[in-house]
Design a protein around this ligand. Structure first.
Ligand code: GAR
Length: 195
């Protein structure tokens, strides 16, 4: 059974979709949900399901990314994860941290990468006049929102969409995509998923 740690920064709806999927014959189980924000709503949701949780407030470290990551490593290594899933985790990680988990850290990003790395993906897709949008799950490398793509889910852009309406449609697709990719990845399959 593969051990999965999930890092979040907010509501944790992707985390909840991942957790809900890891039952029965699924080859993985959640062992930790950790956040850089002690107020992240997802922490309470995970704790209510009996999943160990940890919070390391990045603000306590000023701009010292290395100090924050060293503190985060404590609970993370204690959980002995085989796989780390970034799920709405909004901190940029240093190459040192990323390299430690090379090949076993996944991220979900709300665009059809390589389009729109970074923030405000939905507004950028609308401004470009895109007729399709979506989400990507990729292996994390030290380049932001880069790394081999493990899966993508596409949704239509509707006339009159706002960043908010498009974000909601993409988020629903994320909840299908991330569990599908994680299940395959935990089973050792790295061929790409397209939904
Ligand atoms: C999701 O849309 C995820 O793709 C995005 O944040 C949202 C988190 O929602 N992630 C990023 O933008 C990463 N740069 P959630 O907390 O409900 O899963």
């Amino acid at each position: 059974m593969k051990r999965v740690a999930i890092l979040i920064s907010g509501g944790g709806s992707n985390m909840m979709a991942l957790v809900a999927s890891m039952t029965g014959d699924h080859p993985a189980r959640p062992v930790l949900v950790a956040s850089n924000d002690p107020g992240a709503a997802g922490l309470g949701k995970a704790a209510a399901l009996g999943i160990p949780v940890a919070a390391v407030d990045h603000r306590a470290f000023g701009g010292n990314r290395g100090g924050f990551e060293a503190a985060l490593l404590g609970p993370l290594l204690d959980a002995r994860p085989d796989i780390i899933c970034l799920a709405g985790f909004m901190r940029i990680l240093t190459p040192g941290f990323v390299d430690r988990f090379a090949g076993r850290m996944l991220n979900i990003h709300p665009s059809l990468l390589p389009l729109y790395p970074g923030l405000n993906t939905h507004a950028r897709a609308l401004a470009a006049g895109d007729v399709q949008a979506g989400a990507s799950v990729h292996l994390v490398t030290s380049a932001l929102d880069d790394g081999p793509i493990l899966g993508q889910a596409r949704v239509p852009v509707h006339p009159g969409d706002t960043p908010e309406t498009l974000a909601a449609r993409v988020l629903a697709a994320e909840h299908r995509l991330y569990p599908a990719v994680l299940r395959r990845f935990a089973a050792g399959q790295t061929d790409r998923v397209d939904l």
